[in-house]
Design a protein around this ligand. Structure first.
Ligand code: M6R
Length: 616
């Protein structure tokens, strides 16, 4: 949800900022812009559309070269994706430039106030008021960091702001509240960005800014204060454990293809170090004492989108393995329904980015009510784990494609680990049972590899369906959230009408959608273990087939009972019933990616979306 970069140092600042924006384009791609301090003044350029439009503009009309610059790639909230609404926004004399991620809720009142004092504002954005307020504050205090602190104290909402002023040519100032901002610490140069990916090619040393902090960046130093001006006492530098190559496409046409292919390793990495030599679970990171976990009488999982689907699957495992009641709830709905929570509730917040505002607000609400919060997150040092009581990191590495793939599989692994750990601590699972599931989990990476090696027929099928308008997805038990995830992938990538249903719900309405040749993907549970589930879904397949549906059946290898009813059969390796989503989701990711490609869509940057949703 908007990418921000700032740089001060010995390199050509504009080049550094543009390279950073390229890495952050996944966060928003409605428009892009830059501002450079050079020759005692400030020069800027901005363009609606993708970064390439801005790059063309800069090739046609180059900006001067200087040591200090800021840049922005936008996902529009206030005002459409036009040149005028693109960031940076400037004050009237053109001395201050500011870029912003988030929403300034009181911008209308501030705008009216500025207009009364004679300021002319030319955009529809909430951001522009900040440039004008900074300009006024700087005129009276002559210090950009102090001006930023004064302005931030007046703002309501969520914001990351980064600004430069022509009168302080070697300074970049940033501020954050409820929105991410990371400092990259270099040698004689420093960086600011929404995500470490923007500066990972230059430095792997980073500082995560805290809530309500202002940072002043110079070539040779970084100063962090609170909005009140008090020096920050929690400034901590950390080392980023992946390098620039992890954020490159590595020979694939799309990040999504690369990330799908990385899943076996991501799954294995997420298990690494969490299982001891005897095969038992050791989740040292879960700093919630066992005594507290033993008292938990309810688990509530909050998450959005794909992470929510991981949470829906986790519910089955948690309830089955621990016998603790578990609810999975959309984070965006959670706090508004006044949920019943207390000290004995464990809230699990799942988020790849660790920035999703709905999830962050849900966990804050949970903590206010006294619940303990455990985050499952892929982004080291991001806001959600920082604000949780404990965190279990997934080790998927950077996920750049907007459509989540490897993060989902690793979220599932982390959820299974949490469920088993709760079972282990509470004694609802014997040690040998835990070790048995852990053994099954440790072969999943290889099984995902097997699935990936057999995907050509799925790609071929996807291409043959490129002109369809609708694809439906059915599943039962843990196959139901897999169906929802398959439908979400298709919606966001192929822009098709795609819906997931619990197969048992079919006859309560959705079966009316079935007509001749409508493709229906059915996720079939293993015939071993839960034969009743299997038999029921085989009947469902027959029901839709009798009404003309074209059935695409995902089933365990060797499941001969479904073969007669499958127009297309996609076989996946045998797993325990609860773990099947780890292999059954992969063909659906490949299917959506190929269908989107066949329809000529932008796979990594689908329309209207952004990778991190940092506004509610
Ligand atoms: O970063 P998060 O895991 O909190 O993001 C949650 C959703 O926005 C995300 O999973 C979204 O649904 C994906 N684009 C789906 O592919």
């Amino acid at each position: 949800m908007c990418g921000i970069v700032g740089y001060v140092g010995g390199q050509c600042a504009l080049d550094v900022v543009l390279a950073g924006l390229r890495r952050l384009e996944y966060r928003g791609y409605d428009s892009a812009g830059v501002a450079v301090l050079a020759d005692g003044g400030l020069a800027s350029a901005k363009k609606a559309g993708k970064l390439a439009n801005l790059e063309k503009e800069l090739a046609d009309r180059p900006l001067p070269s200087g040591p200090t610059a800021i840049g922005h790639t936008r996902w529009a909230t206030h005002g459409g994706p036009t040149d005028a609404n693109a960031h940076p926004h400037l004050d009237n004399p053109g001395r201050v430039a500011v870029v912003h991620n988030g929403i300034i809720e009181n911008f209308a009142a501030l705008r009216a106030e500025l207009a009364e004092r004679g300021h002319a504002l030319g955009s529809e954005t909430d951001t522009e008021v900040v440039a004008h307020l900074l300009s006024e504050a700087f005129s009276s205090c002559g210090d950009l960091a102090e001006a930023m602190r004064q302005v931030c104290r007046r703002l309501q909402g969520a914001f990351t702001l980064v600004a430069v002023h022509a009168d302080e040519p070697d300074v970049v100032v940033g501020a954050r509240r409820n929105s991410p901002l990371v400092v990259g610490v270099g040698d004689g140069e420093n960086f600011l960005a929404s995500d470490v990916a923007a500066f990972i090619a230059h430095t792997r040393e980073a500082i995560e800014l805290g809530q309500d902090q202002v940072v002043e960046l110079r070539r040779d130093g970084v100063t962090v204060t609170g909005f009140d001006g008090a020096p920050a006492d929690d400034v901590r530098t950390y080392h980023v454990d992946w390098d620039a190559s992890a954020a490159e496409k590595g020979g694939y046409d799309y990040f999504m293809l690369k990330e799908i292919a990385e899943q076996p390793k991501a799954v294995a990495d997420t298990l690494l170090g969490r299982i001891d030599a005897a095969g038992s679970l050791t989740l040292d990171e879960v700093r919630i004492p066992d005594s507290v976990l033993r008292e938990v009488d309810k688990v509530v999982i909050v998450a959005c989108g794909t992470a929510y689907h991981a949470g829906l699957i986790a519910k089955y495992a948690i309830e089955h393995w621990t016998r603790i009641p578990c609810e999975t709830e959309l984070a965006s709905e959670f706090r508004y329904r006044d949920p019943i929570l207390d000290q004995r509730t464990l809230v699990v917040a799942i988020s790849q980015s660790g920035e999703t505002m709905d999830t962050l607000m849900a966990l804050r609400h949970a903590r206010e009510q006294g619940a303990k919060v455990l985050a499952i997150c892929n982004t080291n040092g991001s806001t959600i784990p920082r604000e949780s009581d404990a965190v279990l990191y997934t080790h998927a590495g950077p996920e750049v494609a907007v459509a989540s793939t490897k993060a989902f599989l690793t979220q599932l692994v982390a959820c299974y680990l949490v469920a088993l750990y709760l079972g282990q601590v509470r004694g609802t699972k014997w040690g040998d049972e835990v070790r048995g599931v852990v053994r099954e989990l440790s072969v999943i990476g290889a099984q995902v590899e097997e699935v990936l090696a057999t995907m050509e027929p799925v790609r071929e099928l996807a291409r043959s369906l490129a002109d369809k308008n609708t694809v439906l997805f059915l599943g039962r038990h843990v196959g139901y959230p897999v169906a929802l995830e398959g439908a979400l992938k298709l919606k966001e990538l192929a822009y098709m009408h795609a819906e997931g249903f619990a197969a048992g719900e079919l006859k309560h309405g959705p079966i009316a959608l079935i007509e001749k040749d409508v493709p229906v993907v059915v996720v079939v549970p293993s015939p071993r273990g839960r034969s009743v589930l299997h038999d029921k879904i085989v009947s469902n397949i027959q029901e839709i087939r009798a009404r003309g549906a074209r059935t695409i059946v995902i089933a365990e290898r060797g499941d001969e009972a479904v073969r007669p009813y499958a127009d297309h059969l996609v076989e996946v390796p045998a797993t325990p019933v609860l773990l099947q989503p780890l292999v059954a989701t992969v063909p659906l990711q490949v299917f959506a990616c190929e269908l989107a490609t066949a329809r000529g869509n932008e796979v990594d940057q689908p329309r209207n979306l952004a990778k991190s949703v940092t506004v509610e």
